[in-house]
Design a protein around this ligand. Structure first.
Ligand SMILES: C[S@@+](CC[C@H](N)C(=O)[O-])C[C@H]1O[C@@H](n2cnc3c(N)ncnc32)[C@H](O)[C@@H]1O
Length: 293
């Protein structure tokens, strides 16, 4: 479907660039680092040591987020029920042919990935995994409705490039599959995405940078339906939104992406949002940017 170019990122891990979407799969700073900081660390996987966990990976791509998840869950004997949504098989094919990717993980990961590629599923006494190939907006309907996810990873291309997976209507479907105590995790700190998740009833948190990083910007968002506030104080990886981030949500940038029948083209979703922003009385994002430099 797509044309993909190999990219070596600064932490030595490989990623891809999509010509179709005109965007890289990962930050140039490091694909592996991004997975750890933005997805694995905030997941709090030790909560599921020797227990069962349901996970949905939306936009599986090369599989960094799930490979990291699988490796950690294997080491702590968790029982996993996993689903993934992805439109293109080529990134997985690339991962299976790239030893420096496979060597990053527990050896069982390459066996699981091989099964996902050949048979779309994998099952043993610990893991039950199924990948649904195709448009995420359609394939999400093929997840059995009784399954509620403890973790949802949302790793689509940016809202400006791939708005289809960030709309009110799609995120409403996604959040219906979230267990009340489950975490929806994304690298995106877009005001539109955050406001959509808040309006869907989720509590928002901002993913922190790692300690050594000079970059103090948010690394993404964790959204939780039913969060126990007393556990929050000890959380190393995410925090309440700062005043700056809250004020961002009061600007026109927070106007959501909409896809009423879940079949709009990307350019139409963007165009309709621009119209809505133009007509809105909300404060300008430019002023917010100037205030917070
Ligand atoms: C940023 S990359 C994902 C990176 C990935 N999580 C990884 O670890 O490599 C975005 C992925 O979304 C997929 N994608 C784009 N539009 C999609 C759609 N409408 N439905 C499902 N997958 C989609 C692309 O094929 C691509 O693999």
């Amino acid at each position: 479907m797509s044309e993909l170019i190999q990219v070596l990122t600064q932490d030595g891990s490989y990623s891809l660039r999509s010509i179709l979407f005109q965007e890289n799969f990962h930050s140039l700073k490091g694909a592996l680092e991004e997975t750890k900081i933005k997805f694995t660390n905030p997941s709090g996987l030790n909560r599921f040591k020797n227990k069962s966990i349901n996970v949905l990976d939306i936009c599986f791509g090369l599989g960094y987020n799930s490979a990291s998840l699988f490796s950690d869950l294997i080491k702590q004997n968790s029982l996993l029920n996993w689903y993934a949504l992805e439109i293109d098989k080529k990134p997985l094919e690339y991962s299976l042919n790239n030893n420096s990717f496979l060597e990053l993980w527990h050896p069982k990961v390459s066996k699981i990935f091989d099964f996902l590629y050949q048979k779309n599923q994998f099952e043993d006494q610990f893991f039950k995994c199924k990948i649904l190939w195709g448009e995420a907006r359609e394939q999400i309907n093929n997840i059995p409705p009784e399954i509620k996810f403890d973790l949802i990873y949302l790793d689509g291309f940016s809202p400006q490039k791939c708005p289809q997976v960030w709309t009110v209507e799609f995120l409403s479907k996604v959040t219906k599959t979230l267990n009340p105590k489950g975490y929806l995790i994304t690298y995106s700190s877009s005001a539109a995405v955050r406001m959509t998740l808040r309006n869907l009833g989720l509590e928002l948190f901002s993913i922190k940078s790692n300690f050594n990083s000079q970059n103090k910007w948010s690394q993404g968002t964790v959204a939780i339906a039913n969060f126990s506030k007393n556990k929050f104080q000890n959380n190393l990886y995410f925090d309440k939104l700062s005043l700056m981030e809250e004020e961002h949500l009061l600007t026109k940038a927070s106007i959501p992406y909409r896809d009423p029948d879940l079949n709009s083209k990307a350019e139409d979703i963007i165009k309709e949002r621009l119209k809505e922003q133009f007509l809105s009385n909300m404060s300008s994002t430019k002023k917010w940017r100037e205030k917070w430099k």
